[in-house]
Design a protein around this ligand. Structure first.
Ligand code: PAN
Ligand code: ZN
Length: 188
């Protein structure tokens, strides 16, 4: 027998905050400017400070995007806030490889996970510290921060899932989350 070296993995996730450190960790930031057409009140969005950060995503992508069988790991941080009465949220997407599923889990804060299948059937799940969310194949997903603190949500998704933002940008999500209200949006 011979000694085998024990390695320290390159990336850590702080279980209390979801912050990823080490490398390589990439960061994507979405500001009010980037979210044109996402909120119901586009006037309110266009009139406010465009540089305000609505959410950011830290991710560890150890294999090239598109790698079959690969997995990515990340945390999304959605700031508290609203555009008009509508809570801050992510753009939301189907996966480009539509059959790709994903896990989310709540780390910090309070929010909702909006899920919409191909028939536009909706499901809304409460996100809280420790909640585990399976996002099935062919299902669009969007995070909403309904609380007063940052919402941090962990995620693990296939490296070849990709993002299809177009269907949501064109047809909407079928549900709007205002402070204290979850409303079905008809006929879009
Ligand atoms: C997440 C999302 C992240 C940001 O990592 O990409 O929460 O949301 P949008 O991509 O909708 O802007 C994920 O679901 N990856 O597949
Ligand atoms: Zn996804």
């Amino acid at each position: 027998m011979s000694n085998l070296r024990v390695l320290v993995p390159p990336v850590s996730s702080d279980l209390a905050t979801g912050v990823l450190t080490g490398g390589p960790v990439s960061e994507d930031v979405r500001t009010i400017r980037d979210l044109k057409g996402v909120f119901f009140d586009e006037n309110a969005r266009s009139e406010r400070s465009q540089d305000e950060v609505v959410y950011r995503v830290l991710s560890y992508q150890p294999v090239p995007q598109g790698t079959s069988g690969g997995l990515f790991f990340g945390t999304t941080f959605v700031s508290p806030g609203s555009v008009g009465e509508e809570c801050f949220m992510t753009k939301g997407h189907f996966h480009a490889k539509a059959e790709a599923s994903e896990y989310y889990w709540g780390v910090l804060g309070e929010g909702l996970l909006l899920l919409m299948d191909r028939d536009r059937s909706l499901k809304v799940e409460k996100v809280a510290r420790g909640s585990v969310h399976f996002i099935p194949a062919f299902t669009a997903h969007r995070l909403v921060n309904t609380g007063a603190e940052t919402l941090a949500v962990g995620a693990c998704w296939p490296a070849d899932a990709g993002h299809d933002y177009e269907a949501i940008a064109r047809d909407g999500f079928g549900v709007r989350v205002l402070k204290g209200q979850v409303l079905r949006e008809e006929g879009r």
